[in-house]
Ligand binder design. Structure first.
Ligand code: MN
Ligand code: MN
Length: 467
């Protein structure tokens, strides 16, 4: 429209208002097709990787194929060299050495590869009233009632005393049997219906059915639990004792798929936070000769507070920076101080069915790009790292200069609830960090939704940060 047709008010609005655009206004048909195509790879990844171990080994294999080599302490690396650190098979660091001195800082993304699920207890197996069941202890923040009456698969590892690790992925291959947690029929749920929602199903009611036929020897029934142990022994060579040294995680057995007649969204288990881990890892796998050393952190244990030696409240990232700095003749504290990091994690998208928990001005929306979250926390930002205005400005410039569609966001209304990410633990290392990720619907449910264009925008963000 020629300028003379615009009113003074229009011009002023254009000058002063923030213009938040929908991805369909930014992306051409070709751009949308690129976003969709990228998400085909993402769906395949989701279907093969449902646990932190599976994600870690997936990216390790992919990195090795792209020329990344295991980091050797004491070795001096040249610009463009690609290295990785595998932390106990559950967390992974990928790095590409930059042209600038390491002391100029790194450009880092950090996502987590663990997701909420039902872990088996150390002594899980029991029989009762002609059924065989498994006791679970849920991992991460879940609405327990959502985990009943859906098909579950059992993933993880059983480690025998001699150190042999047996990988388990029960219920994934076509035709493989699946597992299930039961729920009460509505006809008999009058009392259950009076429970408050959070207690609709309790933790101790999340018992998984794994069998209903006894072992029969010489025509004589010998027990239900014995039958399952015999089948586990046949399949994995393990005994009941071995289940004590195991990490077995019950996860939804259904596959990722397109959602919506327009195929604009991906529905899947574990978007949080693989929807950020995947684009960030793909970006560093493609990264060659960056100006600043590029680092991609894929961490475990975020969903239970980043604790443990594979979580970011542990020391593995700081140790790696220290060891890398030592070999490059750099001061590790200076490396960290100059590091700019995006804590790539999901945030809640506005759900029109549940508008009351959101401040619509400060909520993220599907298809409006990656969400930049200055702070998380609860009860007055407690537990948050609260990024500085200076770093927010730096990130805004990065996004705008690289045509990334983005939006500011907060996790719900003030005092509505809250949450945290790895950002607070990264900030402890004295680097600059802010949360930036993909907005999703039904977070922490067995089936979460994300928009394809937002996933694509995170790939663009990570590529821009690294190159
Ligand atoms: Mn997360
Ligand atoms: Mn989460």
């Amino acid at each position: 429209m020629p300028n003379e047709k615009k009113s003074k008010g229009d011009l002023l609005r254009e000058q002063l208002f923030r213009a938040q655009k929908h991805a369909s206004e930014i992306l051409s048909k070709k751009g949308l097709a690129q976003a969709d195509a990228f998400c085909e790879g993402y769906k395949d990844f989701l279907n093969t990787c449902k646990t932190e171990r599976e994600c870690s080994s997936y990216f390790r294999r992919k990195a090795e194929a792209r020329g990344f080599v295991l980091f050797e302490e004491g070795k001096r690396y040249l610009p463009g060299e690609k290295i990785y650190v595998d932390n106990r098979g559950k967390a992974l660091l990928l790095a590409v050495i930059g042209r600038q001195s390491l002391e100029a800082g790194t450009r880092m993304t950090a996502a987590h590869i663990d997701s909420p699920r039902l872990d088996l207890k150390p002594a899980p197996l029991y029989e009762e009233k002609a059924l065989t069941l498994l006791k679970t202890h849920y991992y991460g923040g879940i609405k327990k009632y959502q985990w009943t009456a859906i098909p579950l698969a059992l993933h993880g590892v059983i480690v025998k005393k001699d150190g042999t690790a047996i990988e388990v992925a029960l219920g994934e291959a076509p035709g493989d049997p699946k597992l299930c947690v039961t729920d009460l029929l509505p006809h008999l749920a009058a009392e259950q219906g009076k429970r408050e929602l959070a207690k609709g199903i309790t933790g101790e009611e999340l018992n998984i059915i794994i069998g209903s036929r006894p072992l029969v020897l010489d025509g004589k029934p010998e027990g239900f639990k014995l039958h399952i142990l015999q089948l586990l022994h046949e399949r994995y060579g393990v005994t009941e004792d071995d289940l004590i040294s195991a990490e077995l995680e019950a996860v939804p057995a259904f596959a990722a798929c397109d959602i919506g007649l327009d195929r604009s969204m991906v529905g899947a288990y574990g978007h949080d936070d693989r929807v950020c881990a995947y684009p960030c890892a793909e970006a560093i796998l493609d990264c060659t000769s960056p100006e600043f050393t590029a680092v991609c952190v894929l961490a475990d244990k975020e969903e239970i507070g980043s604790c443990g030696n594979t979580g970011l409240n542990g020391s593995f990232l700081g140790d790696f920076i220290a060891e890398l700095a030592a070999a490059q003749g750099a001061n590790p504290r200076k490396v960290l101080r100059n590091t700019k990091c995006l804590s790539a994690d999901v945030n809640a998208a506005f759900d029109p069915t549940f508008p009351s928990v959101m401040d619509s001005l400060n909520a993220a929306y599907l298809n409006f790009g990656v969400v930049l979250t200055k702070y998380t926390g609860s009860r007055g930002k407690a537990g948050s790292s609260d990024a500085s205005a200076e770093f927010m400005a730096w990130v805004r410039a990065l996004l705008d200069e690289n045509d990334v569609l983005w939006q500011p966001g907060e996790l719900g209304k003030v005092d509505e609830g809250g949450g945290g990410t790895v950002a607070a633990y990264l900030a402890k290392l004295n680097l600059d960090v802010v949360d930036l990720g993909v907005p999703i619907l039904s977070m922490h449910a067995p089936f979460e939704l994300a928009a394809k264009t937002d996933i694509w925008m995170l790939l663009k963000t990570a590529k821009a940060l690294y190159q």
